[in-house]
Ligand binder design. Structure first.
Ligand SMILES: Nc1ncnc2c1ncn2[C@@H]1O[C@H](COP(=O)(O)OP(=O)(O)O)[C@@H](O)[C@H]1O
Ligand SMILES: Nc1ccn([C@H]2C[C@H](O)[C@@H](COP(=O)(O)OP(=O)(O)O)O2)c(=O)n1
Length: 225
């Protein structure tokens, strides 16, 4: 028998296709969608805007509870606000991208955002696709399906620099690898594949192929296979 709700966790490093795959899978299956990276970017944007010293974890920890972050989970138009301000654009700047790993390594930040993520997932009536770095390992360890996306640094850098006009592929590659190293080596819930996650290398797959692969895996789970 088909289960009423389904929780899908999609983790992996930057540029592996998490956001595009998760949004499309959620839309196709009528599920909600949550971009947890956007939440870490939003809290980082707030810290930068409020002049908090990013080099000082205790300063970040002291104010981690202040910003109110709200995520809209419709896959056809996800939204993110901080204290009522739409920050979808500002959270994608180079400045926020370069600071997000330091802010998201602070345990008080992770505790706050993890709680928010769990409450959004438990409120999703038909189920949800949640993408990030620690969803399968920490946020939703009981997810019905866990996917870990990977791709070569070359493929990821080419995809990312395709999005950022005029950017240098080599510089993008270095920045990606630096962020992966920081995210994988932090003490609290690092970027990691859960033991029971299905690993999909997307280097030589089209986005459509990755979407089909994940949709098939969800349908098999739903059918109880
Ligand atoms: N399998 C794929 N083949 C080619 N390009 C892809 C593939 N998956 C995603 N992309 C493109 O790569 C870029 C990064 O994808 P995104 O979903 O944002 O990755 P992530 O969320 O893991 O950082 C986007 O421009 C997206 O359209
Ligand atoms: N579950 C998550 C999601 C993101 N983060 C942190 C670490 C990542 O480098 C940043 C930004 O994540 P995001 O998914 O927006 O990054 P990309 O768009 O894939 O480059 O947030 C995290 O620590 N835990």
């Amino acid at each position: 028998m088909e289960r009423a709700t389904v929780i899908v966790a999609i983790d992996g490093p930057s540029g592996t296709g998490k956001s595009s795959t998760s949004k499309a899978v959620a839309a196709q299956l009528g599920l909600s969608y949550l971009d947890t990276g956007a939440q870490y970017r939003a809290i980082t944007w707030w810290m930068v805007t409020n002049g908090i010293d990013i080099e000082d974890p205790s300063a970040i920890a002291a104010v981690a509870g202040k910003p109110e972050i709200v995520s809209g989970t419709d896959p056809s138009g996800p939204t993110i606000t901080v204290d009522g301000t739409d920050v979808a654009g500002p959270i994608r700047t180079q400045e926020v991208t370069s600071k997000v790993s330091a802010v998201s390594a602070v345990p008080e930040v992770r505790a706050r955002i993890t709680e928010l993520q769990r409450s959004i997932a438990s409120g999703a009536e038909r189920g949800i696709v949640v993408e990030g770095r620690d969803i399968g390992t920490t946020v939703l360890p009981d997810a019905d399906l866990k996917i870990f996306l990977t791709a070569s640094p070359e493929a990821r850098a080419a995809r990312r620099s395709g999005e950022l006009k005029g950017s240098d592929v080599q510089a993008t590659r270095e920045a990606l690898l630096k962020r992966d190293a920081a995210d994988s080596s932090r003490k609290t819930s690092p970027l990691a594949k859960a033991d029971d996650a299905v690993e999909v290398d997307t280097s030589d797959l089209t986005l459509q192929q990755v979407i089909e692969c994940v949709v098939t895996l969800v349908e098999e789970k739903r059918a109880g296979k």
